[in-house]
Ligand binder design. Sequence first.
Ligand code: GDG
Length: 499
Amino acid sequence: MAEKHAPSDLVIVYHRQPYEEVEENGETIFRENKSPNGIVPTLKSFFGRVNHAAWVAWKEAEDTTDPGFDRVVEIEDSFGKYSVSRLPLTAEQVRSFYHVTSKEAFWPILHSFKERYNYDPVDWPTFRQVNWSFAEAAAAEAAEGAVVWVHDYNLWLVPGYLRQMRPDLRISFFHHTPFPSADMFNVLPWRREIVESLLACDVVGFHIPRFAANFVTVSQSLLDVTVLERETVPSDFTTEGTALSDRRAPAVIGYEDRKIRVVAAPVGVDVDFIESQAWAPETAAGMASVRTELGPDTRLILSVGRTDYTKGGIEQLESFERVLTEHPELHGKVRLMHVSVSANRNMTAYEEVQSGIEQVAGRLNGSFGSFDWQPVSLISTPIPFKDLIAYYRSADVAWITPLADGMNLVCEEYVASRVDGDGVLILSEFAGASVVLSSAVITNPFSHRSMDQALMIALEMEEEERRKRMELLRGAVRRNSVTAWADAQMASFGGLGKG
Ligand code: GDG
């Protein structure tokens, strides 16, 4: 049994544990994540704002009744003191709730890829059971009136269960992905159960107003939900003429006797941290070696993303192939560094994307390359973050063209790292980030012409215009940094703790 610990004013429910668990000399050590970049350290930064906080995540166990590890551990690190409740799940439960139901059924629908939706292997009772266990674990940690903050679609049923167990709690749910329209969402046969659970929240959060609006129309297609308040979207969150911009968005909805706040708050990046890395001497050294490798006259185009069909890697490489075909003057003068790192190596859908990327990249290098010049460098293993910053700083163009993306933080990291004020960002209008980064070269990745033109515009852009746009982009990234997101979340919780 774990020692007794204080109940928490804030409970974060996120599928991954908030540290790296490593074995050292036969002992288990909880090591703070090496990179201070990313969503986990951002969420942990909330711990400093409460007396006691908890985190609920899963941990694999052969026997869930006797997992062979403490269910709850007390951690003390640079973020403070907090409990971590580790929910034991079997490998089969993880496969079913995460890799199958969440990744094969929900993920394609959330990103509007109906044709990739795979219903057949879903085991819905397991999904319910796992979500129920997460809710129980969160309920066990939460103090009276605490805020429970649940993250992402793999935990969609947690709010509903939690509300049944603990009506006193304030429940907030944040979606990191897009949220599609009713025509798309309602492909899911479990749509009503999912939406009823979300309507048990006090706050339902999304990156941008469009996703919030889609959630409301989905709710209204299924249940008697009314819009109680609408707001004008601040001009900072609209990019004239792009696919995801909205002018008005719902802010408060009513269902049965409850009011639910629907919040659009884009996650951002830690601008101060990235800037300090960008100025670091090791980054300068990294940039110098990138430049030596490239040669003085070759320009670097950089593309970074997880290997996933939503990120549009294959489509982008095909665009590069067309551009090189039509512009022989670019041969030997540009290089594309395509970083595509897999998070789900053993899933068929991602293996397909990986081999598609390898095929086009291989074809490109075979058709256009020479002994001295290879147009594409394909990187499939993660690059340490400090090296990534050196590439960001060296890249003449960042080419970020997902077919669908909740936000996309890579483009913001690129902008934040450009402390020199130069560089061009090409951004897909289907990334949530496009509504805040209106000074990027915005492109439609479904259009060959738009993709190819955007790359040429970026490569031909004069320095004065590059700097003007970068200044505006840097302002937007700073205004919408992760700190701004954290403050917006805090405000939507209505404060933390009992006082
Ligand atoms: C989901 C949503 C939403 C990538 N390659 C390397 C590396 N990365 C890091 C980047 C960036 C992160 O991975 C990717 O973040 P994104 O936001 O672009 O995309 P997802 O992973 O799909 O995240 C997304 C996000 O949640 C937050 O809500 O924006 O829309 O899909 O931080 O730097 N990092 C290192 N080496 C690599 O090779 N070190």
